[in-house]
Write a protein of this length. Structure first.
Length: 246
């Protein structure tokens, strides 16, 4: 009997430690949610607006520094390119000039990158120390450093982190308070459903919002509505199944 009590107490202690770890992780997720909406999102929106408002540098001006608020065009020579699709895709070009030598990353192979050859001459558009576009002739392609108007995914990521933090805190608290009877707050009973529903809602709402240009302010309430709606729907199905089994 004493041995059984010791085993039970040990298991309860392990469960409490697990609950504490879940709370710590959930607090970190909540902090990430707050930072997404108070820092990352505003900075992204401001940077894009400043880029849109930037004008070309005067043609007769000489740059005092690499970092400039205006758009400056510089001549570049293509050193090499990498165009690899599929798993582990990579699209980049190594360029060289008097002012810049390094790698430019792209999101896709065209319309310019996959036509470039070693030794080709191109023109880079520089803004605040980054080459934001590459041009050859009449063909222009944006690099991955160009500011983009995509705050919807940041809002989706922030909402997703927040929606992960809430059940994590509840599950962790349940293990601290009642380590032997966590009730429905387990991975198999509700945790797995909540996690994958949240993941699907984050990308299922965020990505189409970017493609369709939906205002980012609508993304968070849409994700919350989807998660709650699916959660209640699946809960109803489970209760009906349990009632039928009885």
């Amino acid at each position: 009997m004493t041995g059984l009590r010791e085993v039970t107490a040990f298991r309860a202690g392990v469960t409490r430690v697990l609950g504490l770890l879940m709370i710590v992780v959930s607090v970190a997720l909540a902090a990430g949610c707050v930072l997404a909406f108070t820092n990352w999102l505003p900075a992204n929106v401001a940077r894009y607006e400043e880029y849109r408002a930037a004008e070309r540098c005067p043609a007769d001006s000489t740059p005092d520094a690499w970092w400039e608020d205006c758009l400056r065009e510089i001549d570049l020579t293509i050193v090499d390119t990498v165009v690899r699709g599929g798993k582990g895709s990579e699209y980049r070009a190594t360029v060289d000039s008097k002012r810049f030598h390094g790698r430019l990353d792209f999101g896709d192979p065209g319309p310019l990158l996959d036509t470039l050859q070693e030794g080709d001459k191109a023109v880079g558009t520089v803004w605040r120390g980054d080459i934001v576009a590459l041009t050859k002739g009449r063909i222009r392609q944006k690099t991955s450093d160009e500011p983009r108007d995509e705050p919807q995914m940041i809002a989706a990521a922030g909402a997703g982190l927040g929606l992960l933090a809430v059940p994590g805190l509840v599950f962790g608290a349940a293990r601290l308070v009642a380590p032997r009877r966590p009730g429905p707050f387990t991975w198999s009973r509700s945790g797995k459903r909540l996690f994958f529903t949240n993941l699907a809602a984050t990308f299922g709402v965020g990505l189409p919002a970017v493609w369709l240009g939906v205002p980012w302010q609508l993304v968070t309430p849409a994700i919350v509505a989807v998660v709650l709606g699916v959660g209640f729907f699946l809960r109803g199905i489970r209760r009906s199944a349990e009632a039928g089994a009885q």
